[in-house]
Design a protein around this ligand. Structure first.
Ligand code: LLP
Length: 420
């Protein structure tokens, strides 16, 4: 879906040069065919599980609509994500409201929208019960357990270590279920965990699944009917060209354990998973234009996207493949460090990359930018956020307009005394 035609990067049938002429740069461009391919790979591999797309990875409505139309549920982490998921057509019955610090207002919105909750603390449990009683609703909940498992990923995206802020320690969670059983308007019927993100080794997932079953066995003893075990998201993708497990590889290791251990239970839970990155990550490229090439201590290529547009390299030292989108067939000649326009030394997108000779005006393509890309962008340094485009065969659509300077003013209000 991403290929060179006469040296110019094409996404499906469309040249990136054609797109940027209209949208300007930077711009995120998604291939619909790639997204559908990823969705189908998950559907095939996990035909017996329920897949909840993790909206935080990419909350563009067009992409979410494609995903919801395919029958996926959604994992949301805030009132705002819930709002977007409902707008994108996800069935509330298949929305799980996650989050470690939900406000009372968010909880109320979740309850009145009839979604299920992953509960992160006893304080949250009591609040849900109180609001549910007032609203005369029964709320289905899972507790998010902290399984104390290392997923072998970047420390900032490991979420199931015992030192992590997420979830209830798995040794303490049994008591939490006991409390939940006795509370009005609460139906504890699931168990949830999420051990981290960009995980390339499946073994920690198997360990986490085993923990979920251990908890299930305990809570069944006092009458909980376990309807779902949610293993969270986290399957990694191949950023570096070194390979990554596919949804099928993931399923091949998980499903046999699930099928075996479910026999120990009286209840008959579904398996749930919450992939984000592995659905959208490789569907999208970021195209950015070269403003200047400078020989200094290093060969710097200064482009118009920085960590305001894609924060992953600056935040986690993440690697994204790059190429010159208008020189796809040229051999690499030089080593360049690709930097953004932000007034911070950490604004580096890629270090020491071998590329063809780069000139002002060239287009740099940053691959695998569909997950945690636009959603984590900001207006820092007074830069409007960029556009997003969806390509469908030989047609393309702007699915988010590029912001303009008035959007930077946004909701700011001047006190009357400063109006003159
Ligand atoms: N479920 C829960 C409860 C999560 O917290 C997350 C991600 C997911 C599912 C989806 O995980 P995925 O399949 O996308 O790995 N900004 C970071 C990633 C943060 C992930 C946060 N939680 C990055 O750019 O690498």
């Amino acid at each position: 879906m991403f290929k060179s035609v006469d040296g110019v990067l094409h996404i499906e049938g469309i040249s990136v040069e054609e797109i940027v002429e209209k949208t300007k740069t930077p711009v995120y461009i998604t291939s619909k065919a790639k997204l559908v391919e990823n969705i189908n790979a998950y559907k095939k591999a996990f035909s017996k599980a329920k897949i909840h797309y993790a909206v935080k990875a990419n909350n563009n409505l067009a992409l979410m609509k494609i995903i919801s139309k395919n029958g996926f549920g959604a994992d949301v982490f805030s009132g705002g994500e819930l709002y977007l998921a409902l707008l994108a057509g996800f069935n509330p019955e298949h929305i799980l409201f996650n989050g470690n610090s939900k406000s009372d207002e968010e909880i109320e919105r979740g309850i009145t929208s009839d979604v299920k909750f992953s509960v992160d603390s006893l304080d949250e449990l009591y609040t849900i019960s109180k609001i549910a009683e007032r609203e005369k609703k029964e709320v289905k909940i899972a507790f998010r357990i902290n399984p104390d498992i290392s997923p072998k990923t970047h420390p900032k995206i490991a979420t199931g270590l015992k030192t992590s802020k997420f979830g209830i320690p798995w040794e303490d969670v049994i008591d939490a279920y006991k409390k939940a059983v006795d509370l009005p308007n609460i139906n504890p019927c699931g168990i949830h965990c999420h051990i981290g993100s960009q995980i390339l080794d499946i073994k920690p997932f198997v360990e986490a699944l085993n923990r979920l079953f251990d908890v299930a066995r305990e809570i069944e003893k006092f009458g909980v009917n376990v309807e779902f075990l949610d293993l969270g998201g986290g399957l990694g993708i191949d950023y570096e060209g070194k390979g990554a497990p596919t949804p099928q590889n993931f399923s091949d290791e998980i499903m046999p354990v699930f099928k075996e251990r479910v026999k120990e239970l009286d209840s008959n839970p579904e398996l749930w998973i919450e992939p984000g990155r592995s659905i959208v990550g490789n569907t999208t490229v970021l195209i950015t234009r070269v403003n200047a090439v400078k020989k200094a201590y290093k060969n710097f290529v200064a482009v118009d996207a920085g960590f305001n547009t894609l924060i992953r390299p600056a935040m986690y030292g993440s690697y994204h493949k790059m190429a010159v989108a208008n020189k796809m067939d040229e051999d690499s000649k030089e080593t360049y460090t690709i930097v953004g326009p932000i007034c911070e030394s950490g604004d580096v997108l890629g270090e020491d990359r071998e590329l063809p000779e780069v000139k002002k005006g060239d287009l740099i393509v940053i691959f695998d930018a569909g997950a945690y890309g636009f959603v984590m962008s900001s207006q820092y340094n007074g830069r409007p956020r960029c556009a997003e485009v969806l390509v469908d065969k030989d047609r393309w659509y702007v699915i988010r307009e590029r912001e303009s300077y008035p959007d930077i003013v946004g909701k700011q209000v001047l006190p009357e005394s400063l109006m003159v």
